[in-house]
Design a protein around this ligand. Structure first.
Ligand SMILES: CC(C)(COP(=O)(O)OP(=O)(O)OC[C@H]1O[C@@H](n2cnc3c(N)ncnc32)[C@H](O)[C@@H]1OP(=O)(O)O)[C@@H](O)C(=O)NCCC(=O)NCCSC(=O)C[C@@](O)(CC(=O)O)C(=O)O
Ligand SMILES: [Mg+2]
Length: 299
């Protein structure tokens, strides 16, 4: 089983789980993960239909991409526990827990997963949890939330978050600076992955690209998307370029040679190379491999 905390998740695409057509096509657009939603994309009158539909689809269809189901909140809504009862036996890879605010909520979901894994004789960790921070309370508890077993990734849910802090979403993202930084540090401290939120204006491609560049530079591992046309942009920004890979490989080779000569610091193409730069080069190579790039050409 691959390590769920290091898997390639550049793009996680939300797919409303009451749409047979969207479920059917969800896998063809190249998203690394597909997030079937039975929460806010689904009207209260459609909750039963959506959870049954996605449960059957997960059992009957073979998806190439990782499958995630965003359930309704298990205690704040009357739907969440029914979602878990219906969806867990269909074996999604991850449960997305929205609006998570406390360690206890994670433990509640984890306990339900554990029961189902034991009932079906599945290995522990067959199903894991990604939680979304969407409120101030969640943000204040994020450091402990991120350390919970099975909690392999955290995401920001910005639309709900900005409603909670009583402001508006802007092009600069100034309203999200603090939350993004705090969530990212909590994730890195707990050694789990961290994902940015959706960009709802699907027609604003340039605004979207600017936001993806921004969150990539901040250090997020990927982004949630709502439309297939957003996928290519994120995957492109999150896949190392040929130039970056060539440089990383050169750094690693040169440093290996340097170590043999008992040197801890060297110069490659006029730039100083020492320990932390080597770690970053290793990450570039790991990302390239995870993205399926043939590394033979760079040897
Ligand atoms: C936006 C729109 C209605 C536009 O529809 P339209 O029909 O106008 O799109 P078109 O351009 O016509 O589609 C062209 C072709 O692509 C197909 N297609 C489109 N979208 C597809 C898709 N997602 N999956 C598979 N297929 C798709 C379509 O079927 C068609 O196929 P075909 O006819 O064969 O050509 C549609 O995209 C959509 O529903 N998106 C998902 C919305 C959603 O799930 N929201 C909830 C999650 S956010 C949230 O809750 C906030 C959050 O919680 C988030 C956080 O936590 O981060 C927070 O607080 O911030
Ligand atoms: Mg939300």
């Amino acid at each position: 089983m691959s390590d769920p905390t290091t898997k390639l998740r550049r793009t996680m695409m939300f797919v409303p789980a009451n749409s047979p057509k969207m479920i059917n096509n969800a896998d063809i657009y190249g998203a690394d993960s597909i997030m079937f939603d039975v929460e806010d994309a689904i009207a209260v009158t459609e909750k039963d239909t959506a959870r049954l539909l996605i449960s059957h689809a997960l059992k009957a269809m073979k998806f190439k991409s990782e499958t995630v189901v965003r359930i309704n909140h298990p205690t704040q809504t009357p739907f969440g526990m029914d979602d878990l009862a219906c969806i867990l036996p269909a074996k999604p890879d991850l449960i997305r827990l929205p609006k998570v605010e406390s360690v206890e909520e994670v433990q509640l979901v984890a306990a339900e997963i554990e029961k189902v894994e034991q009932r079906f004789g599945w290995a522990e960790g067959t199903i894991n949890i990604i939680g979304a921070i969407e409120s101030i309370k969640g943000l204040y508890n994020v450091r402990e939330i991120c350390k919970q077993p099975r909690f392999i990734a955290v995401a920001l849910g910005a639309e709900d978050f900005i409603a909670n802090i009583k402001t508006q979403r802007t092009k600069t993202g100034v309203e999200l600076y603090h939350a993004r930084a705090e969530i990212l540090m909590a994730a890195r401290n707990a050694e789990i992955q961290c994902f940015d939120t959706v960009f709802s204006d699907v027609e604003d491609i340039e605004g979207f690209r600017a936001e993806v560049n921004f969150i990539h530079d901040m250090g997020f591992d990927g982004k949630s998307v709502v439309h297939p046309k957003q996928i290519k942009i994120v995957n492109e920004i999150y896949t190392p370029t040929e130039k970056q890979i060539k440089h990383a490989v050169k750094v690693l080779k040169s440093f290996e040679d340097a170590l043999k000569n008992n040197k801890g610091v060297i110069s490659v193409d006029g730039k100083m190379i020492d320990g932390p730069i080597v770690v970053r080069a290793e990450r570039v190579v790991a990302q390239a491999k995870a993205a399926g790039i043939d590394m033979q050409q760079f040897q």
